[in-house]
Design a binder for this molecule. Structure first.
Ligand code: NAI
Ligand code: MG
Length: 497
């Protein structure tokens, strides 16, 4: 790659990618990984065959090869898991002093760290995300959640002065495929710290790190039944939601399923938190540090192939800098390496599933049919597996479907704006309210914009920063309740005077 030379003229100001220079491949080894051919359900501390007798495959979306098969739990299996969790709650976990509970949670965190490399490689193989991300983000953050909530377990009464807190009982937890181990940690760690027991269901395309987590729970000698991990598809999730002996549901996934769950829980005594979809505005003002903002745009939309509920998928650029920003953005996009997720150079891995790829392709078609101008990078992609080149759309409007709906892929839509008021109105004109980003040199502008945008999390001059101490969650169709921080403990507690 070289900057094109335009002596005496500055007409063509873009990078020239024809002088290609590449990276030597740097694949992470998978020799140290042990996967069983088949995983049973983890109930009451043991792996047990499903009552259904059925199993389904989980594949590597980068190769389309089968990695293993997992059990398809039916309603009887769910009932067994809930009974084990209830029994462990009544007899062991709710009776245990909080400081003893916290020792187990610390132990889980430490074993996760010890087995970090194995977990990262399996996460990448099962879900398609780049090893750079599973190694540097997913696994360390998952361990950090266990460390953080271990610290809270025996201090909850100090955090709620004047009240006495009580655990709820059995928590049913249903998680998606975009951050499988991290979402398991977000769910399990606060539930255990607050004194509850758990039945957790991972998503059907990414069950393997959850099964490894079950092995870690055994290694940590967590008492039997405190955490049960069962695999299956939507019907298994629904059986957890509808089980009468569940006290709390924690769900992360699509808004569509979130609404089904909310309807099912109406009129019951079950508490719930829902972390659903998003369509975040990432706003670049004329006074922003442009090169940093471009990095932030890239991170905002292309992190984890864009399979991120808080992805910065709607870019708003102030009109007078829009040409420069788009030019720099396209150049930067051309340098993104799409391909083998196990290669440490890879920026963008495989799309999680065939279904998700066809949904993304469908949206790209809709965008083009609506009159949007589509730009995709020129990189090559492997012939097997599910891939989508980094994509952006210009010439779109507020009413475009690709501006309004969650695509959950590496597809960015770009709009321009002139005034602060205009961009706030546009940013809020959406059914979602999960996250946002603002890039400016002026602190006052940050305060104005962040206080007026209806979103649970807004980053300023950065994007996609996560920390266990920081609450995360949305407004409107992005769901309800918060996870992370002290806020994330509250949905697992009753507070009594
Ligand atoms: P989904 O919402 O169907 O799946 C999430 C989890 O819910 C999985 O574990 C699934 O087995 C479970 N589930 C499905 N139906 C259920 C039901 N009726 N009751 C209880 N649990 C149920 O998401 P899916 O189908 O994998 O993806 C569809 C779209 O949803 C994606 O294209 C994306 O736009 C969005 N999505 C958003 C996520 C987010 O974090 N915002 C995460 C996953 C998907
Ligand atoms: Mg898989």
């Amino acid at each position: 790659m070289a900057v094109s030379k335009n002596k005496g003229s500055n007409k063509k100001r873009s990078l020239d990618f024809s002088t290609d220079w590449g990276y030597a491949s740097a694949p992470e080894s998978k020799d140290h990984i042990q996967l069983k051919n088949r995983y049973d359900l983890f109930i009451n501390g043991k792996f047990v065959a499903p009552d259904s007798g059925k199993y389904f495959d989980t594949i590597n979306p980068a190769t389309e090869q089968k990695l293993s098969e997992v059990a398809d739990a039916n309603a009887n299996d769910v009932d067994k898991a809930v009974k084990a969790a209830r029994n462990a709650y009544e007899k062991v976990w709710s009776k245990m002093p909080a400081k003893e509970r916290s020792k187990y949670i610390y132990r889980i965190a430490r074993i996760m760290q010890e087995r970090a490399r194995e977990l990262a490689v399996i996460e990448t193989m099962d879900g398609g995300k780049a090893i750079r991300e599973s190694r540097d983000v997913d696994v360390p953050l998952a361990a950090a959640h266990f460390f953080y909530y271990a610290g809270w377990a025996d201090k909850i009464d100090y955090a709620t002065p004047g009240t006495k807190s009580k655990s709820l009982g059995v928590a049913g937890q249903i998680i998606p495929w975009n951050f499988p181990l991290l979402m398991a940690a977000w769910k399990i760690a606060p539930a255990l710290a607050a004194g509850n027991t758990v039945v957790l269901k991972p998503a059907e395309t990414t069950p393997l790190t959850a099964m490894k987590l079950a092995e870690i729970l055994q290694e940590a000698e967590l008492p039997d039944g405190v955490v049960n991990i069962i695999t299956g598809a939507g019907a298994t999730g629904a059986a957890i939601v509808n089980h009468p002996d569940i006290n709390k549901i924690a769900f992360t996934g699509s808004t569509e399923v979130g609404k089904i769950i909310q309807r099912a829980l109406a009129g019951t005594n079950k508490k719930y938190t829902l972390e659903l979809g998003g369509k975040a505005a990432n706003i670049i003002f004329e006074d922003a540090a442009i090169d940093q903002a471009v990095e932030g745009i890239i991170n905002g939309i292309f992190f984890n192939q864009g399979h991120v509920c808080c992805a910065g998928s709607r870019l708003f650029v102030q009109e007078n800098i829009s040409k420069t920003v788009i030019r720099k953005l396209k150049d930067r996009m051309q340098t993104l390496i799409v391909g083998d997720p196990l290669d440490k150079n890879t920026d963008i891995g495989a799309i999680n599933s065939k279904e998700q790829l066809s949904k993304i392709k469908q949206f790209i078609k809709i965008g083009i049919n609506e009159g949007g101008e589509c730009f995709q990078t020129e990189c090559s992609v492997p012939s097997k597996g599910f891939w989508c080149r980094p994509t952006l759309f210009t010439n779109v409007s507020q009413s475009s479907r690709i501006v309004q709906e969650e695509i959950f892929g590496p597809v960015l839509s770009i709009q321009t704006f002139r005034t602060v008021e205009e961009v706030i109105e546009k940013a809020n004109n959406i059914p979602y309210g999960l996250s946002g980003g603002v890039w400016t040199d002026k602190g006052s502008k940050i305060f104005k914009v962040t206080s007026q945008i209806n979103a649970g999390v807004i980053w300023a001059n950065t994007y996609n920063k996560f920390d266990p101490t920081s609450p995360f969650g949305g407004y409107k169709e992005s769901g309800m309740g918060r996870e992370g921080g002290l806020h994330g403990l509250m949905p697992y507690l009753h507070l009594e005077n």
